[in-house]
Design a binder for this molecule. Structure first.
Ligand SMILES: [Zn+2]
Length: 196
């Protein structure tokens, strides 16, 4: 089932997510729905707060990035096969010199900006079977995980921009929160309730 994606301005996107346990109700259904919702919107990652749940859960599938012809065959293969569920994740280490990448977000349609992040991360998490992992990632895979991880910390990529950039996009963000935007997937807008 495709779920509506929560738009910029909804307070749930600002909440720090809480950890979940194995007994979380219908987790398998939730994961199926989240994957379906992400693929429907052509996303490479989706975090639970984006569908209205302030819990520490996000998923990633970097396959669409594998088509980038500027990457090596090895990088393309890694991106093509990277599909993962992250539960109760914690980034325990970030390393290297920050690099810029033009990020977007399904909750903030049509806004894309360069965001600086470190290239290499180590993450502790449990997967969909609650098996624990500690893994190190780099490149675009690390980038997507950092973006989704920020969501479960209540942070959006627009929070990381310079104050000048923030001022420049402010009007567009207000319009998104009011639903004044054309988007081809289902969304829920915080300020639309006031209409009727
Ligand atoms: Zn996002």
């Amino acid at each position: 089932m495709i779920l509506p994606i929560v738009a910029y301005g909804d307070p749930v996107l600002k909440k720090k997510g809480t950890e979940i346990t194995k007994t979380y109700p219908d987790l398998d259904v939730l994961l199926d729905n989240m994957f379906e919702t992400m693929y429907n919107a052509y996303g490479v990652g989706l975090a639970a707060p984006q569908i209205g749940l302030p819990i520490r859960l996000f998923l990633v599938d970097t396959k669409p990035f594998a088509e980038d012809e500027d990457l090596t065959a090895e990088e393309q293969k890694a991106l093509k096969d990277f599909k993962r569920v992250f539960i109760n994740a914690k980034i325990i280490k970030e390393e290297g010199d920050e690099w810029a990448f033009n990020e977007g977000c399904l909750s903030i349609p049509d806004v894309r900006e360069d965001v600086f992040r470190q290239p290499k991360i180590t993450v502790e998490y449990v997967d969909e079977n609650f098996e624990p992992h500690t893994e190190t990632f780099d490149g675009l895979i690390a980038r997507v995980i950092q973006h989704e991880y920020d969501h479960i910390e209540g942070i959006l990529f627009t929070d990381k921009l310079s104050s000048l950039k923030k001022r420049l996009i402010k009007g567009r963000l207000v319009n998104i929160s009011k639903g004044k935007i054309n988007v081809d997937y289902k969304m829920r807008f915080p300020d639309q309730k006031k209409k009727r």
